[in-house]
Design a protein around this ligand. Structure first.
Ligand code: ADP
Ligand code: MG
Length: 633
C-alpha cells in the first residue's frame, strides 16, 4: 500500500471509531436524560446526581490536568466553594430563589482560580500539586474559622426545595446534566482552538512552547479558570441538593482524590473519559460506603483503583478501548512506513505566508539584526557563557563554531530566554530584548531550533507546525487550530521541507532527520527575521544535509537571516559568512571562513592538526563531524 493510501485508511479508521464513540455518547446521553422519568428509585437517582457532580468536576479538571499537564488536587475545593457561596447567600437572602446564586458560585470559583493561579502557575510539577493541596486545606480552615459567615464546624442549613415533592430531584438532576453538557462543550471547543494546541504544547514541553510564541501565563490562566467556573456552579447545585453543608464534608480531600481518580480511570486526555470515570468511581464509592461500611474500605477502593490504573491502564479505560479498536481494524496494514521524505516544494508557494523579500544586494555593511553584548551565564562555578560579544548582520548566514562545551547551545538558550542570562544585553533589530520572555522574543521575529529536536511528541506533524503562534491576540486563541490560512501555511511549509506526506503522523514516530525538518517548518511558521539553528546537520544523512543547506541558502536569498551552530566544517565553511568561534564561553575569533581557518589560535584550540582545509581530502570521511555525543542541551 502506498503512503497516501495508508494515510487515508488510517484517517478513515479514526473517523469510524469517532462515529462509534459518538453513537455511544448519544445513547448514554439519552439514557441519562430519560432516567428520572423512567425510575423513581431515590437510591439510584442520588447515585447518578453525585456521579454528575463528579463528572463536571473531572471534566473541568481534564482541562488543566489532562490537556495542560498541571496536576491539581484542589479541584474539590471549587465544588466546596460553590456550595458555600450558594449556602451563605441563600441563608442571608431567604426571599430570593436559591437558583439565582448558582451562577454567582461560578463567578466566585473563577475569581478564586484567578487569584490562586497567579501564585501557583508560576510553579511546575510537584510544587504545583502541593500548592493546590495547601489551598484546599486553607479554604477549609477559613470555612471552619469564619463562623459569622460560614457557620463554622456546625455548618450551614440551606432552604428546603419549594417545588412539588413529586419531582423532588428533577431540578437538581437536570441542572447538573445541563452543566455537564456545558462543561463538555467548553472542553471540546478548547481542544480544537489554538488555545488548546497551546495547552497541549505546554503539557508536552513548556519551555519549547514559549520559544514558538505560546504566551504561557495567559494560556495557563485561561485553562485554570475554564476548569473551575462550571465546577463552582455544579458545587452550588450540589450544596442545595444536600441542604446541609459543613467544612469537613465540602472540603474533604477525598473529593479531590475521587475527582482525580475519575479522570485517571476514564482517560485524562480524552473528552468523555472523565465522565465515564465519574460514573465508574462514584457508584463504586457509594457501594463501599453503603455495603462495606465506608471508612477504610473506601480508602482501599481508591488506593486499589489507582494501582490497577497505573499498572494496567496507564492511559485510562477510554484510550485503552480506542487503541484496541484501532489495532483490530488496522491489523496487517503498513501505515506510513513506506513514505519517503519529499523532494521539497518551491519557495515561491511560501510567499503568501512568510514575509519573503529579495535581499537588498550590494549593501556594504548591513545593520546588525542581532547584537549580543557582554552576555554571561554561570552554572554554579562553571562560566558557560563568559562575556560573549557577537553581531549577526541583517541578511547574513552567520556561523558559530567551537569545541564541545564551549557554550554555543547555552548562548542560544540565553538569546531566546530558554535560560535567563545573568547579565549582558541582547538587541534584536535595534530593540533591547533581554528583559522579555521567550514568547515575546518569538513574536519579535526570533526563531530557534534545538540541538536535540524538541517536537511535541503526542501531536501530529501538522499540529506541531500549527502550534507556533506568530503573535498574541485574544481573538486568535479562540480560532480553530487546524483551519483556514494557518493550516494552509503549515501544509505549504511542510511541502517545502518535504514532509507533507507525514502530516498526520505523530511526531513521536518520525526519524531524527525528519524531526529536524519538521522543527524547521515549525520555526518558519513564526515567520522569523532571525533563525537560530543548533546543529541542523547533526545526526542526519548526507542527502538531507545537502537539502538543508539548499533551503538555508534559498531562505536567506529571500531575506531570512541565520545564525548557525554546526560541527560539520564543510557545511559551515561553505555556507556561512561571517563565522564566530567560541572557546570557553568567549568569542575567540570572528571573520570570514578563510580568516577563521587561518587563525592559529582557532587551529590550535579547535580545528586541530588533523583538519584539512579545502580542497577536501578524497579519502576523508564524507561528513567529518566533531563527533559530539547526542545529549540534551
Ligand atoms: P556546546 O553547545 O558548545 O557544546 P553547551 O552550551 O551545551 O556547549 O555547554 C557549555 C557548558 O555549560 C558545558 O560545560 C555544559 O556542561 C554546561 N551546561 C550547559 N547547560 C547547563 C545546565 N543547564 N546546567 C549546568 N551546566 C550546563
Ligand atoms: Mg551544543
Amino acid at each position: 500500500m502506498s503512503a497516501a493510501e495508508g494515510g487515508v485508511a488510517r484517517v478513515r479508521d479514526a473517523a469510524g471509531i469517532l462515529w462509534v464513540g459518538r453513537g455511544i455518547a448519544v445513547v448514554a446521553g439519552l439514557l441519562l436524560v430519560a432516567f428520572p422519568l423512567l425510575s423513581d428509585d431515590q437510591y439510584y437517582q442520588n447515585m447518578v446526581i453525585l456521579s454528575l457532580v463528579f463528572a463536571v468536576a473531572a471534566t473541568g479538571l481534564s482541562i488543566i490536568t489532562g490537556l495542560t499537564g498541571y496536576v491539581s488536587l484542589g479541584q474539590g475545593a471549587f465544588v466546596g466553594l460553590g456550595g458555600y457561596t450558594v449556602g451563605v447567600l441563600a441563608t442571608h437572602h431567604p426571599d430570593t430563589s436559591v437558583w439565582v446564586w448558582v451562577p454567582v458560585a461560578g463567578l466566585v470559583a473563577a475569581a478564586v482560580a484567578l487569584a490562586l493561579g497567579l501564585v501557583s502557575l508560576r510553579t511546575r510539577g510537584p510544587a504545583f500539586v502541593i500548592i493546590t493541596v495547601a489551598f484546599l486545606f486553607l479554604v477549609q480552615v477559613v470555612a471552619i474559622n469564619w463562623r459569622s459567615v460560614s457557620g463554622g464546624t456546625e455548618g450551614l442549613s440551606l432552604p428546603l426545595p419549594t417545588w412539588s415533592a413529586d419531582i423532588a430531584n428533577w431540578p437538581f438532576y437536570y441542572s447538573l446534566v445541563g452543566l455537564l453538557a456545558l462543561q463538555l462543550l467548553l472542553s471540546w471547543w478548547i481542544r480544537r482552538t489554538k488555545l488548546g494546541t497551546g495547552l497541549v504544547a505546554i503539557r508536552e514541553d513548556e519551555t519549547k512552547a514559549a520559544t514558538i510564541g505560546v504566551n504561557l501565563p495567559v494560556e495557563k490562566m485561561i485553562a485554570f479558570v475554564a476548569s473551575t467556573v462550571l465546577v463552582g456552579m455544579a458545587g452550588g447545585v450540589y450544596g442545595y441538593y444536600l441542604t446541609f453543608i459543613d467544612p469537613r464534608g465540602m472540603f474533604n480531600i477525598l473529593l479531590s482524590v475521587e475527582t482525580m481518580l475519575a479522570l485517571l480511570v476514564g482517560g485524562k486526555a480524552t473528552l468523555w473519559g472523565p465522565v465515564l470515570g465519574a460514573f465508574i468511581v462514584e457508584p463504586l464509592n457509594e457501594y463501599t460506603n453503603n455495603n462495606l461500611g465506608g471508612g477504610n474500605a473506601r480508602l482501599l477502593l481508591f488506593g486499589g483503583l489507582l494501582v490497577v490504573i497505573v499498572l494496567f491502564l496507564p492511559q485510562g479505560v477510554l484510550p485503552a478501548v480506542e487503541s484496541l479498536l484501532t489495532r483490530l481494524r488496522t491489523r496487517g496494514r503498513a501505515g506510513l512506513v513506506g513514505a519517503r521524505i519529499g523532494t521539497g516544494g518551491g519557495i515561491s508557494s511560501l510567499t503568501g505566508h512568510l514575509s519573503l523579500v529579495d535581499r537588498p544586494t550590494g549593501e556594504a555593511s548591513p545593520p546588525p539584526l542581532l547584537e549580543v553584548k557582554d552576555l554571561r551565564k554561570s552554572f554554579g562555578g562553571l562560566r558557560a557563557v563568559d562575556g560573549v560579544h557577537l553581531t549577526v548582520p541583517e541578511g547574513s548566514i552567520t556561523g558559530l563554531i567551537g569545541p564541545n562545551g564551549s557554550g554555543k547551545t547555552t548562548l542560544f538558550n540565553l538569546i531566546d530566554d530558554t535560560i535567563r542570562a545573568d547579565s549582558g544585553e541582547i538587541w534584536l533589530g535595534g530593540e533591547r530584548i533581554d528583559g522579555l520572555p521567550s514568547w515575546s522574543r518569538a513574536h519579535r521575529g526570533l526563531g530557534r531550533t534545538f540541538q536535540i529536536t524538541r517536537l511535541f511528541r503526542e501531536m501530529t506533524v501538522l499540529e506541531n507546525v500549527v502550534a507556533a503562534q506568530r503573535s498574541f491576540s485574544w481573538g486568535q486563541l479562540g480560532r480553530i487550530a487546524v483551519s483556514g490560512a494557518e493550516a494552509r501555511a503549515a501544509e505549504e511549509l511542510l511541502e517545502y521541507v518535504g514532509m507533507r506526506a507525514f502530516r498526520d503522523q505523530r511526531a513521536n514516530d518520525l526519524s531524527y532527520g525528519q524531526q529536524k525538518l519538521v522543527e524547521l517548518a515549525q520555526v518558519l511558521m513564526l515567520d522569523p527575521r532571525l533563525i537560530l539553528l543548533d546543529e541542523p546537520a547533526g545526526g542526519i544523512n548526507p542527502v538531507l544535509i545537502d537539502r538543508m543547506s539548499e533551503m538555508i541558502r534559498e531562505l536567506n536569498s529571500y531575506g531570512k537571516t541565520f545564525l548557525i551552530v554546526e560541527h560539520n566544517m564543510p557545511f559551515v565553511l561553505g555556507l556561512c559568512d561571517p563565522v564566530h568561534v567560541l572557546g570557553h564561553g568567549r568569542t575567540m575569533a570572528s571573520g570570514t571562513p578563510d580568516e577563521v581557518q587561518a587563525d592559529p589560535a582557532v587551529l590550535d584550540a579547535y580545528l586541530g592538526e588533523d583538519f584539512v582545509p579545502e580542497p577536501r581530502d578524497p579519502v576523508a570521511p564524507e561528513n567529518p563531524s566533531m563527533g559530539e555525543e547526542v545529549r540534551r542541551p
